[in-house]
Design a protein around this ligand. Structure first.
Ligand code: C5P
Length: 225
């Protein structure tokens, strides 16, 4: 069984998918991590991001594997754990360029489908309900107020820290600009753009608590099972 959760950056997909996986015994598939890994591999191997053929060729050659046993999914490429390397502002800035190349998306399709073979999976990304798993049992398109999305991202970056109002506002403004730039690129690309599937249920996560969103999705799952 597949549960597809799509939506823009910072809409809460990751947190919600993790909770669904934990409570329902599903495996979580973070598809953004794949594109981040390709982007990071380009910097590692010195591949020019404007060189589409070079990026696509590299993406096809990568041996990417997931370990979703722990609290956070670990991802490795060619035997190297890159879980931390792929979550940097530098990768945030370049990932949408790499993920817009059709050849890169094609190379990532079998990785995602193989992961979901013979198991229950909650997959989160941008094109899960439209392209990767169009037959998913439940499809959710998660949105949230842009400023709230930026605020959550900043707080995630500083767990347990007490930021001054001024520092928080400054970082929220910068993060908001980055999220909006990424959403624009992801929504306007030709291949598999960020889009809600026609049969997706839209949920605005800024109007509910995490538990409420998780409960809504669990209801959808139990109704369709
Ligand atoms: O979800 P996350 O923010 O980690 O995704 C990083 C980037 O990966 C997105 O901005 C988008 O460019 C790309 N992506 C994608 N398709 C997906 C998941 C992520 O193009 N299914």
């Amino acid at each position: 069984m597949i549960v597809a959760i799509d939506g823009p950056a910072g809409s809460g997909k990751s947190t919600i998918a993790r909770e669904i996986a934990r409570r329902m015994g599903f495996e979580k598939l973070d598809t953004g991590a794949l594109y981040r890994t390709v982007a990071f591999a380009c910097t590692l191997h010195g591949v020019d991001l404007d060189d589409e053929d070079g990026v696509v060729t590299l993406s096809r050659s990568l041996d990417i594997s997931f370990d979703s046993a722990g609290e956070a999914t670990r991802i490795s490429v060619d035997g190297r754990d890159v879980s931390d390397d792929i979550r940097t502002p530098a990768v945030d800035r370049i990932v949408s360029k790499v993920s817009a190349y059709p050849g890169v998306r094609e190379a990532m399709l079998p990785v995602q489908r193989l992961f979901a073979q013979d198991r229950d999976v909650v997959a989160e990304g941008r094109d899960i309900g439209t392209v990767v798993f169009p037959n998913a049992l439940v499809k959710v398109f998660l949105t949230a107020d842009p400023r709230e999305r930026a605020r959550r991202r900043v707080l995630q970056r500083h767990p347990g820290e007490q930021l001054s109002d001024e520092a928080l506002q400054r970082e929220v403004d910068e993060t908001l600009a980055d999220l909006e730039r990424r959403d624009r690129l992801d929504s306007s690309r030709e291949t598999a753009p960020l889009r809600a599937a026609d049969d997706a249920v839209r949920i605005d996560s800024s109007r509910f608590t995490i538990d409420e969103v998780v409960d809504q999705i669990r209801d959808l799952i139990s109704k369709r099972r």
